[in-house]
Write a protein that binds this ligand. Structure first.
Ligand code: 5GP
Ligand code: ZN
Length: 140
């Protein structure tokens, strides 16, 4: 898609600080990083959300992100990484071409875990939890 910024990066029409690429994925530094070394892992093909990716593409995205964690940590002397995906507009996704964030973390950076987002936590009964688990396990 020519109006998609990540398609344009994948096609070489826009510059990026690409740190890895193969037939299925590329990874490049985020232009507005949350921390030094913040890297995005992106499928070459345009898929808006992860659920739309073919298995091989999705596997390549997650495998690449996994391999990048230790490499990125070493590159910026980080102590850990947070991996995250805003998967759909309601989840805060701004670029509608699926991508996985690999964000370096540092002891004492004060950011907190992903759980520190302001979640309106639901109060669920055991029956409700059982029903949700069943709906997921029936379809996965
Ligand atoms: P989202 O909110 O969609 O999960 O995150 C989009 C990310 O893409 C943001 O962190 C933003 O800084 C990054 N981004 C947006 N446009 C560009 C761009 O043209 N180049 C690069 N390298 N990153 C971008
Ligand atoms: Zn795209």
């Amino acid at each position: 898609m020519t109006d998609c910024v990540f398609c344009r990066i994948a096609d070489g029409d826009l510059p990026s600080r690409t740190v890895y690429e193969d037939d299925r994925v590329l990874a490049f530094l985020d232009a507005n990083p949350l921390a030094e070394g913040h890297t995005l892992v992106v499928p070459r093909e345009h898929h808006e959300v992860v659920g739309e990716m073919p298995d091989e593409t999705r596997d390549a995205v997650f495998a690449t992100a996994g391999r990048l964690t230790s490499v990125v940590e070493s590159a910026v002397d980080a102590d850990a990484t947070s991996l995250g995906m805003n998967n759909g507009r309601a989840a805060g996704q701004e670029v509608p071409h699926a991508h996985l964030h690999v964000v370096p973390r540092f002891d004492g950076d004060g950011v907190g875990p992903l759980h520190a987002l302001e979640w309106p936590r639901p109060d669920l009964s055991d029956d409700e939890l059982d029903a949700i688990a069943e709906r997921i396990s029936d379809d996965v």
